[in-house]
Design a protein around this ligand. Sequence first.
Ligand SMILES: [Ca+2]
Ligand SMILES: [Ca+2]
Length: 339
Amino acid sequence: MTAHRLRTISVLVAMAATPLLLGALGAQQPPAPADGESVATAGASTDAALPPGTPVRAVDVTDLRRRVDDLRRRCDLGNFAWTDPVIMAGATPIKAVHFNELRTAIEDAYRSCDAAPPSWNEPITAGVTPIRAAHLTELRRWANPPRARYRVTFESWWSARTHPQDFPGNPHYSPLIGATHRAGAPFWMPGGLASPGMENMAETGSVSPLNDEVRAAVAAGSAGRLLRGGQLNRSPGSLSMEFDVTLAFPHVSLVTMVAPSPDWFLGVYDFPLVGADGWYQAVEKELSPWDAGTDSGETYASPDADTVPQQRILVLLGPPVAPPGATSSFGRFVFERIR
Ligand SMILES: [Ca+2]
Ligand SMILES: [Ca+2]
């Protein structure tokens, strides 16, 4: 972006910084007085998340237009021909058409980028639909690039030094397996029961039939893709894998079996890679072992002892991984956005 464009945007944003209080969209209400609201800078969103009832300000719409035009250029489209190209605080009432144009401009960008366009939570009809913080939050979320690529690095520090009790002679992990999926649709979670695929992963390290369960979730539309990674053959150690993620399926669940062990594994569930301000550049999660609730062995090398009835997935507490009642971390996942 040239210095001239930056200056132009700064001026527009400065003019638009007064809040506009809206009841119903399309209703023309007198503007609220200027309140000394701070001015947005190019590249930064003015509000990370809007609490319900927050008034829509001219700057909110102007800021979104800039982001959506950035997105359109990324997807080989030109800037959108906005109604009321300059929204002036105190002079330009914010209308339903402004919001519907933002939606259309985003949908066009997604199609141009070969990504499935968003499905909005509700239509916005002039004079009918009251503007909600959710409308802005939704637009901000979808104004992000539809795709990102991440590298996840699995670092394990599990060793005889960190976990001296009964430490096994061949400490390793099973191949990484996971999925990208919709928010709230992980393939495992604490307090839930392990699926047959999770049981086999946690007890034997096999990626089957968990891979088929993930493929079924992809076919059913709740998951984006199956994630398959390498295997850490020796702990301590580390390995990485890369994967693509889309805004339609922006959460990740990823697991690996602690080996040897009865039914213990490390992993994340329903882990978001996108927030109110867009794709995270780098996020990490420390990993304490989980007990899949499917084998009752009490130490790393215990013989198989199927748990009947099956128990819920819970944090593994106490010996041999920690003092009684406590847990301990074995390593971490570090997610870094690379595209
Ligand atoms: Ca167990
Ligand atoms: Ca079992």
